[in-house]
Design a protein around this ligand. Structure first.
Ligand code: S3P
Length: 470
């Protein structure tokens, strides 16, 4: 009998995590380059005058969307393994794209490009996957319009976003603005637009979102000043001021990107919860606006040592040694919760796994932004952790976990969310039975080497392709 060939689209990826022995060893060079910095480095290099060389660039689904967008805008680049060369065209040198720019699943690509195109004055349409079309864009459209950027959203502030041409002798209006929520994507979008403003722009944020744009633009010759302020209730806010360069010119970049702390987070939690583990992660980015997870885990009793601290291209890095630890639950303190939440905003899926293996109650609050990520990271996380036996309850702006009980294992869905897929795999390494993650292909959006990196440490993690059920 003749069988019909199966097309790639009909195949579904499964990832299977089986509980087993300890994770042991050193991860050198395998922690992918930081995702946020890779996006910024590629885009800012495209806006610079001259050739940039960026080493340890993250080669993945989301950063490919940024590189393809640069091609659409007439910027030449080449990738040799993880070294990216970009021949920048200057801010006003970008070419109008012939078709809508497809940002895929990447909100960072879309929001940062909106700011860059606003500065460039180039007409363009920014679009993406169905998932990206459902993410909130009003948060950039409203302040951009205050700067006189000619931009339109679809429906009630969604992508596709449409920018129309702006003449070179029409500078944008400088902005003095308080972001309603702390967001590095929004802040970075506005900072990029502010490069073409007629004066200085000041942005205030109700929390210390990641400051990679500030650091990178400073290293490219832009005058940026940023500082944190703390009130009596330990609430931290930030003020960022950017002076538009005159003439509008960015120096090219030459840097090696630190390992992504948000990728390392999966390895950190895997080592903490898998009995007998002892793992060293080298050259991980330790920017304090990203390491809230470390602080919380250490307060929960995690044995994590930091050594070999140094500076890499204006960003702090170091090595982490993680030993399996008895963890106890953690209640996010009122007041300072928002500060901690923003500094570990991408780590909640894997943090919830650590909390499931910790003794006692963990309560996350002030984390409503999680509902607006690649999935609704509160409800999807709660649904899938319940499916493998975790005692977790959803709240309006977080969740409550009663940890220390048996985590059974089972079959779960990734909800199109790379971080949820990887967090569930980590849970499977220490649960009673295997965890099987459906639609796990999404992992390659941010950490294509996730499975081999964990396998090299001894994890029983594998992938399989099956015919998609209809
Ligand atoms: C990012 C900022 C965060 C984060 C995202 C990357 C960035 O988003 O969740 O993965 O590179 O600026 P928000 O700014 O929307 O909080």
């Amino acid at each position: 009998m003749k069988s019909t060939p199966v097309t790639l689209a009909e195949l579904e990826h499964l990832m299977v995590a089986v509980p087993g022995g300890p994770l042991l060893g050193t991860v050198k060079g395998n922690i992918p380059g930081d995702k946020s910095m890779s996006h910024r480095a590629a885009l800012f290099a495209g806006l610079a005058d001259g050739e940039s060389i960026i080493e340890n660039f993250l080669v993945s689904g989301v950063t490919q969307a940024m590189l393809d967008a640069l091609t659409d805008l007439g910027v030449k680049w080449s990738l040799d393994e993880t070294t990216l060369h970009v021949w920048g065209k200057g801010v006003r040198g970008l070419q109008p794209p012939e078709a809508p720019i497809n940002c895929g699943n990447s909100a960072t690509t879309l929001r940062l490009l909106a700011g860059a195109l606003a500065a460039a004055g180039v007409p363009a349409v920014l679009d993406g996957s169905a998932g990206l079309r459902s993410r909130p864009m009003k948060r950039i459209v409203e302040p951009l319009r205050k700067m006189n950027v000619p931009i339109e959203a679809t429906g009630d502030g969604l992508a596709p976003l449409k920018l129309v041409e702006r003449a070179e002798d029409e500078p944008l209006k400088p902005l003095n603005y308080t972001l309603p929520v702390a967001s590095a994507q929004v802040k970075s979008c506005l900072m990029l637009a502010a490069l073409a403003a007629d004066g200085s722009t000041t942005l205030r944020e109700p929390g210390p979102s990641r400051d990679h744009t500030e650091r990178m633009l400073s290293s490219m010759g832009v005058e940026v000043h940023w500082e944190e302020k703390q009130n009596a209730h330990q609430q931290v806010s930030t003020v960022t001021t950017l002076k538009a360069p005159n003439p509008l010119r960015l120096n090219p970049l030459q840097m090696s990107l630190p390992g992504d702390f948000s990728a390392a987070a999966f390895l950190i939690v895997a080592a903490l919860i898998t009995p007998g583990s002892n793992v060293v992660l080298q050259q991980v980015g330790l920017n304090p606006t990203r390491t809230g997870l470390l602080e919380v885990l250490i307060q929960m009793g995690a044995d994590i040592q930091v050594s070999n601290r140094s500076d890499q291209g204006g960003e702090p890095v170091g090595d982490l040694t993680i030993r399996c630890s008895k963890l106890k639950g953690f209640i996010f303190p009122p007041g300072s919760a928002a500060n901690l939440v923003v500094r570990m905003i991408d780590e909640f899926p894997v943090y919830a796994v650590a909390a499931a293996f910790a003794e006692g109650v963990t309560e996350v609050r002030d984390a409503g932004e999680l509902r607006l990520k690649e999935s609704d990271r509160i409800s999807a996380l709660v649904q899938e952790l319940l499916a493998i036996g975790v005692d977790i309850q959803e709240t309006r702006d977080g969740f409550v976990i009663r940890g220390g009980g048996a985590v059974r294992g089972g079959s779960v869905q990734a909800h199109g969310d790379h971080r949820l897929a990887m967090a569930l795999a980590v849970a499977g390494l220490a649960s009673q039975q295997a965890v099987t993650i459906h639609q796990a292909e999404v992992v390659s959006e941010s950490f294509p080497g996730f499975i081999p990196t964990l396998r090299a440490l001894g994890a029983n993690l594998s992938e399989a392709k099956i015919r998609r059920s209809v």
